[in-house]
Ligand binder design. Structure first.
Ligand code: NOJ
Length: 480
């Protein structure tokens, strides 16, 4: 049986982008300034010093991009709606109808091409105006502003969009980018009111979680009957394996899984409606949910999204040892280098399809086999190779084909074992703005020529591999 034929007919094969990473056109059609516009303008902040207005111009080139998606043959396309493009100052005081029209046009074009939109509401950027007024995920006002934006999106796009993702990687965002300053949160001079900065990531994650829950309940109450869509949330996923079979290392790996994964899922999917017990034990300051909040959060997801790039090997720490990162310190564990292939050289990505398989089995068992959508999976070009290589070599991304194929195999195995996986998404459609790394790190299955005036897109070999894979899948199931 070929690999594509192991996937059920209803399985979704997607690729993804996020508004800030591809759109550009930051001053077009009434878009407001976003926090990331300002971050990029800070000299030296983005590692490759790329100019603040460089982009792949996704806002202007969306027709061409839908055509590219159609040629690859994906069933679904995950993208995010820019809060600043819809609400320039972050609030309902002004709705930018041109921005609304843009996303409607995109959705309509996707529909004409038989591609299902999967929409993320928060993918790391937010309107600068509300941030500068003192709101951020560190306080509850942001929750109200964001929930208003989400409701507006349901109202304006809900006839065309049936799969919603409230947040992308709360766990990651809370640790690294809740404030505009790079690095750990206690270094955030622009948020002096946060008294104890080491509490900040936990406060931010709690606020995002409560906002997610409110949005989920709003959808069910006000839109579900008419629109019949589903609402989920995407987690950064990785599986932490113990470095040895000692009970201390096993307990450390369990704690690491709590901090890095269960943290933002357990309140939603467990009986207790609360954070993991290990976190409650170690963090007396962890915000407490009221009974009403627990009711709001419990079961507030129709599916979970998982972005999967790597797994970890974890050990217990010895007495007096102080690990480098805050969550290692808070949870008393330390990372050790695992056995996995550094498929992109000295970067953070690892080729660990076995970790994805483990994670899916874990979710099946721990969370009652809730539907799981792999909302991101992918790897970067080999770092440092880009300048040296001829264009043809850049397009010949064998390592990425190996990476995607290995994870598809892991999924097929998990499906065979009864895991409720409903979709897979390659990150990302095209080379784009990789946050702090700028354009130096490229995850695209299509190359973008950033030097050309029209930012020409060209399929890398991995896009062609994915195209052939999906074609065989469709052929097997007689999908036209
Ligand atoms: C996850 C994030 O959602 C995405 O924005 C980012 O580009 C990829 N990881 C790769 O780092």
């Amino acid at each position: 049986m070929s690999l594509p034929s192991k996937f059920p007919k209803t399985f979704k094969f997607a690729t993804a982008t996020a508004a800030y990473q591809i759109e550009g056109a930051t001053r077009l059609d009434g878009r407001g300034i976003s926090t990331w516009d300002e971050i990029r303008a800070e000299p030296g902040r983005i590692h490759d010093n790329s100019p603040a207005d460089l982009s792949c111009e996704g806002r202007l080139k969306y027709k061409e991009d839908v055509d590219l998606l159609a040629r690859i043959g994906v069933t679904s396309y995950r993208f995010s709606i820019s809060w600043s493009r819809i609400l320039p100052d972050g609030t309902l005081s002004k709705i930018n109808e041109d921005g609304v029209q843009f996303y409607r046009d995109l959705c309509l074009l996707l529909r004409d091409n038989g591609i299902e939109p999967i929409v993320t509401l928060f993918h790391f950027d937010m309107p600068l105006a509300i941030y500068d007024n003192g709101t951020s995920w560190l306080n509850r006002e942001n929750c109200d502003h964001f929930a208003a934006f989400a409701n507006l999106c349901f109202e304006r796009f809900g006839d065309l969009v049936k799969t919603w993702i409230t947040f992308n990687e709360i766990n990651m965002h809370a640790w690294s980018s809740v404030v505009k300053i790079e690095g750990e949160l206690w270094l955030c001079p622009d948020r002096p009111q946060v008294e104890n900065h080491s509490h900040a990531p936990y406060i931010a994650a709690t606020n995002m979680l409560l906002t997610h829950a409110k949005i989920y309940q709003d959808y069910n109450k006000n839109f579900k009957e008419q629109q019949n869509g589903v609402v989920g949330i995407t987690m950064g996923g990785r599986f932490c394996f113990p470095a040895s079979d000692s009970s201390e290392d096993i307990a450390a790996a369990n704690r690491a899984n709590d901090w890095l994964f269960n943290y933002t899922i357990e309140p939603i999917l467990s009986e207790s409606g609360d954070f993991p017990v290990s976190m409650r034990e170690k963090l007396p300051f962890l915000p407490k949910f009221s009974e009403e909040e627990k009711k709001l959060i419990r079961d507030s997801a129709d599916f979970i999204g998982i972005n999967y790039y790597l797994s970890h090997m974890v050990r217990n720490i010895s007495d007096g040892e102080v690990p480098t990162s805050q969550h290692e310190r808070d949870a008393s564990y330390a990372f050790v280098e695992g056995k996995w292939d550094k498929i992109c050289g000295e970067t953070w990505v690892r080729y660990a399809p076995d970790g994805l398989h483990e994670l899916l089995k874990y979710v099946k068992q721990k969370y009652n086999n809730i539907p799981v959508f792999i909302t991101e999976n992918g790897c970067m070009d080999l770092i440092g190779d880009d300048e040296k290589k001829e264009e043809e070599d850049v397009l010949e991304d064998k390592h990425r084909i190996k990476y995607i194929a290995g994870h598809l195999e892991a999924l097929a195995k998990a499906l065979e074992e009864g895991c409720n996986v409903i979709g897979y998404t390659v990150w990302t459609l095209m080379d784009n703005f990789e946050w702090d790394d700028g354009f130096a790190v490229k995850f695209g299955i299509c190359r973008v020529d950033f030097d050309s005036p029209d930012k020409t897109r060209t399929m890398k070999h991995s896009a062609k591999y994915y195209q052939t894979f999906i074609r065989e899948f469709k052929k097997h199931h007689n999908i036209l």
